[in-house]
Design a protein around this ligand. Structure first.
Ligand SMILES: Cc1cc2nc3c(=O)[nH]c(=O)nc-3n(C[C@H](O)[C@H](O)[C@H](O)COP(=O)(O)OP(=O)(O)OC[C@H]3O[C@@H](n4cnc5c(N)ncnc54)[C@H](O)[C@@H]3O)c2cc1C
Length: 376
């Protein structure tokens, strides 16, 4: 890749590449098979400073740019998309609103610990009847004398079974718009349901979370009443760039492993990589991977310069995730029966890659919003 990276960006990339190659890749199959949250690697990612990359030094982070962050996400996802998904959730949506609006108690007790990987945060937006359409959310925080009383049902909450605290999007009874609340898991009335069995990213445990008459003090409202969606928009571009980086990571592994296979698998007296039909596949995969990666880093660089990037972040996420699924599929075809065998990684990459089509907005929703940005 010939993107101009600074020395710091190169060194971040190398740090996470080494971590991924030495520590993550050897365990990726096991993480998927056991369907358990990868606690040990999660802690190690914390020790490497991953969770604090996007926060200023004054808040305990390292204040790195989003290009560096994207490079780190790509490397983690090259090792295990399950690990990369839970780590990036923690580093962005799981902690952002605590950093932005948390008071001393929330910042010291939860945010600082989460940056070290010692506490786990999760975000609860989706509900059984509110996925893409967040304005259909029914979770309700009724205003009480000393704070709020939260009731509602959330689903698809990444890391919920192991989380210490939640950031929850809910209505209040005095406003049309949504608000954001901090909810420690140990409060009475917080109930985590059983894990949702998934096709891919199976080490990124996901479950329903119920809230029944959960009493929240006033300081657990993060930001202003009714400002939830506005605050979410602050990090929407970053969420999409991060999801695009996840897609690039898994696609890179599929592409590289299939290429090695094509060099060594001999049929009809020569390596299959010498057949034009297979060469066409790899040329197509390389074109998609290179253009997607360049575009993701371009969108990240726009964000670092604080330039308009909503449209570019959506294009990056849409293109990278669609390319990733296609690359994993083509890689699987190049391995034929071995691409279908659990013994090889490719079938996991193919299953995992489909997650990137959903997180950060589905392809259909992104296309609708890109068209809006185009003035249509
Ligand atoms: C592995 C995983 C982890 C997740 N983690 C979290 C998490 O931590 N926290 C959280 O809150 N949520 C999480 N989610 C949920 C995710 O954000 C939602 O799945 C996503 O928003 C889509 O919602 P939905 O699945 O209900 O699909 P729906 O919104 O029901 O969409 C179904 C289909 O209809 C299409 N569609 C919907 N509306 C329109 C429209 N207006 N025009 C055209 N097409 C449309 C969609 O593109 C899609 O193809 C996770 C999901 C997955 C798979």
């Amino acid at each position: 890749m010939s993107v101009d990276l600074t020395e710091i960006q190169k060194s971040i990339q190398q740090t996470f590449r080494d971590f991924s190659d030495k520590k993550v890749r050897p365990l990726a199959g096991k993480i998927d098979e056991e369907r358990k949250f990868p606690s040990e690697l999660f802690k190690q990612a914390g020790e490497l400073g991953f969770f604090g990359m996007r926060y200023p030094e004054s808040a305990g982070g390292s204040g790195l740019d989003i290009v560096s962050y994207s490079l780190a996400v790509i490397e983690l996802a090259r090792g295990s998309l399950s690990l990369a998904a839970v780590c990036s959730m923690q580093s962005l949506m799981g902690t952002y609103f605590l950093y932005r609006f948390g008071d001393k108690e929330i910042r010291e007790k939860y945010f600082s610990e989460a940056l070290k990987g010692k506490k786990i945060g999760a975000i609860c937006m989706t509900e059984p009847n509110a996925g893409s359409d967040l304005m259909a959310i029914k979770a309700m925080a009724k205003v009480s004398a000393d704070g709020f009383i939260l009731n509602g049902q959330k689903t698809w909450v990444t890391s919920a079974p192991v989380a210490d605290f939640f950031t929850v999007l809910a209505r209040t009874d005095n406003h049309d718009q949504l608000s954001i609340f901090f909810v420690p898991k140990n409060l009475r009335g917080v109930m985590v349901g059983k894990s949702i069995e998934k096709m891919g990213v199976r080490g990124s445990v996901t479950s329903e979370v119920g809230f029944v008459d959960v009493h929240l003090p006033k300081n657990y409202l993060l930001g202003e009443i009714g400002e939830g969606t506005k605050c979410l928009r602050e990090i929407l571009a970053e969420i999409r760039i991060m999801t695009a980086a996840l897609a690039i990571g898994v696609a890179t592994s599929a592409y590289e492993e299939a290429k090695e296979y094509a060099k060594t698998r001999v049929q009809f007296g020569k390596p299959i990589g010498k057949f034009q039909a297979i060469q066409m596949k790899f040329a197509d995969m390389a074109v998609q991977l290179e253009t997607a990666k360049h575009y993701v880093l371009f969108a990240a660089a726009l964000s670092d310069k604080n330039l308009p990037r909503q449209k570019e972040a959506m294009i990056a996420k849409l293109y990278a995730s669609e390319c990733a699924v296609n690359i994993c599929d083509e890689a699987s075809r190049a391995l034929a029966s071995y691409g279908y065998a659990v013994e090889y990684n490719i079938e996991r990459y193919l299953r995992d890659s489909r997650f990137t089509l959903i997180g950060g907005g589905t392809s259909e929703i992104l296309k609708i919003n890109i068209a809006k940005e185009l003035g249509l």
